[in-house]
Structures are given as C-alpha cells and as structure tokens.
Design a protein around this ligand. Structure first.
Ligand code: SF4
Ligand code: SF4
Length: 73
C-alpha cells in the first residue's frame, strides 16, 4: 500500500495529537518539526478526522492489490 500524506505546515500548530494517536506512529515530533513517515501508513484516515486544524489529507496512490499478468507463449 502506498499512501501520500499531505501535511499543511502553515495550519499545523504542533499540538501533537497525530503523533499520539496514529496507530502506526507515522508522525514524529522532532524539535519543532513534524516528520512524516509515509511508508508506515495503513490508510485508516484517523489523522484527517482528529487533526483540529484540518491540516492532514491522505491520498491512496496504490492499494497494493494490483497484480501483474505475464503472457506465456
Ligand atoms: S494533529 Fe494536526 S495540528 Fe496537531 S500536530 Fe498533527 S498535523 Fe499538526
Ligand atoms: S491514515 Fe492512519 S495510519 Fe495513516 S497517518 Fe493517518 S492515522 Fe496514521
């Protein structure tokens, strides 16, 4: 699964809710910056709902379910 996380840093107040409640610890508060580890995301979308600033949007790029079919001659 490949998820793109759009974090609007101008709206973010660094309240830390996403850091605390994301089930797979995608967000890390490093100094005064939120680091986003997209590769850990399971696309539950909880962060979009809980962020009081509405500063997180998630986008599913690939659900990981597609298969490659090779033609055998
Ligand atoms: S929940 Fe929203 S406002 Fe709070 S730190 Fe995360 S992105 Fe920023
Ligand atoms: S969608 Fe879920 S797993 Fe992904 S960053 Fe948001 S809370 Fe974490």
């Amino acid at each position: 699964m490949q998820v793109k996380i759009h974090l609007n840093r101008e709206l973010c107040t660094k309240c830390g809710l996403c850091v605390r409640y994301c089930p797979t610890e995608v967000f890390v508060l490093e100094g005064s910056e939120i680091r986003v580890r997209e590769e850990r995301c399971i696309y539950c979308r909880a962060c979009e709902v809980l962020c009081p600033q509405g500063s997180i949007k998630t986008e599913l790029l690939d659900d990981g379910l597609s298969i490659e079919v090779h033609k055998v001659l």
